[in-house]
Design a binder for this molecule. Structure first.
Ligand SMILES: C[C@](O)(CO)[C@H](O)COP(=O)(O)OP(=O)(O)OC[C@H]1O[C@@H](n2ccc(N)nc2=O)[C@H](O)[C@@H]1O
Ligand SMILES: Nc1ncnc2c1ncn2[C@@H]1O[C@H](COP(=O)(O)OP(=O)(O)OP(=O)(O)O)[C@@H](O)[C@H]1O
Length: 286
């Protein structure tokens, strides 16, 4: 028997298919140009309503205090914004590595925002939920809108795009990268000339690069080793500030073979496909 009121929702991963750092704002945040695409792989959240207004999250994440967990922060923000007096019991099935560049925390937050909006019958539109989400992290709005996107600003100015949808072999080099450490590194280049979205799309996947790669290679030798190993077999990039690296394959059969080889070499890896529409929105019908 399903639990009454239970809502089970995906929190998909993202890849940055391209990442250009074109400047730095006075507040220290970096101006980016990036292409976001979702993956058919991610975390799962199970939500049930509570009448007493309490918020409970299980299980705890290692190294993350409950009040810092982006799921609870998203839930509290939504309660404060709307005056809603309902609460929730939230169970998190965590599959995405933390500090992996796959946007797991941001995606969990977006799923909490859209899921609780539904559970509590709030009826907020995506624009308002995205504005709330931006206060939690630069990557939250794209997960709220649920469309693969060309992003500018700090990642919040979004234009929906339809990208190619290859298979990917993603390697997690078993190290957590600190996003602030990468963005704070002296050697990071911050002066890539901006390009238009049309030019970026015209160039296609073979022209796409990630400006964080050189810095992440220097700071995290495990990531450099994974990039070297994978790129000698298929076109490979870093996602976000890492740690994960991904190879792009034209068929599932080729991706399967590469995954098997990676596993034999004891890499922690998984196979997935790029999707331009978030599976979260498909479940919610939004
Ligand atoms: C690099 C990306 O993964 C690309 O998708 C994201 O822009 C990072 O997004 P995120 O993890 O949601 O980042 P946030 O939690 O907002 O920021 C973490 C830290 O990264 C730095 N940061 C982040 C985003 C950005 N455009 N410029 C920055 O300088 C800031 O020091 C910030 O304190
Ligand atoms: N629900 C959550 N899931 C994962 N991390 C969380 C969560 N809540 C808070 N955090 C904190 O956020 C940090 C970043 O986690 P996340 O998994 O989003 O990294 P990431 O994939 O590198 O993100 P990005 O690509 O956006 O930089 C974690 O190290 C953790 O301290």
């Amino acid at each position: 028997m399903p639990e009454p009121g239970l809502l089970t929702l995906p929190a998909p991963a993202k890849l940055n298919r391209l990442l250009r750092i074109i400047g730095r704002r006075p507040d220290g945040y970096h101006e980016l140009q990036t292409l976001f695409q979702f993956l058919d792989h991610g975390d799962t959240l199970h939500l049930t309503p509570r009448q007493d207004g309490e918020l409970r999250l299980m299980p705890a994440l290692p190294g993350v205090a409950a009040e810092d967990n982006l799921i609870l922060r998203a839930a509290r923000l939504l309660q404060a914004e709307t005056g809603c007096r309902l609460g929730a019991e939230i169970r998190l099935e965590k599959r995405l590595p933390m500090g992996g560049g796959l946007g797991g925390g941001s995606s969990d937050a977006a799923t909490a925002l859209l899921g609780l909006d539904r559970l509590w019958g709030l009826g907020l539109d995506l624009g308002r939920l995205a504005a709330l989400g931006l206060g939690l992290g630069a990557d939250v709005p794209v997960f709220v809108h649920g469309r693969a996107a060309w992003a500018e600003g700090i990642g919040e100015r979004l234009t929906p795009v339809e990208l190619d949808t290859p298979w990917f072999v993603v390697i997690h080099p078993r190290v957590a990268v600190s996003t602030p450490a990468v963005f704070g590194a002296a050697q990071l280049t911050r002066d890539t000339p901006p390009i238009t979205m049309a030019r970026a799309l015209q160039g296609g996947a073979s022209s796409w690069r990630n400006d964080c790669e050189a810095t992440v290679r220097e700071l995290y030798p495990e990531v450099a080793r994974a990039l070297d190993w994978l790129s000698s077999r298929a076109p490979t990039m870093l996602t976000g500030t890492g740690a994960c690296v991904f190879a792009r394959l034209p068929s599932e059969a080729e991706a399967d073979r590469l995954l098997a080889e990676a596993t034999r070499h004891r890499w922690q890896a998984f196979l997935t496909r790029g999707v331009n529409h978030s599976p979260l929105h498909a479940v919610l019908g939004r």
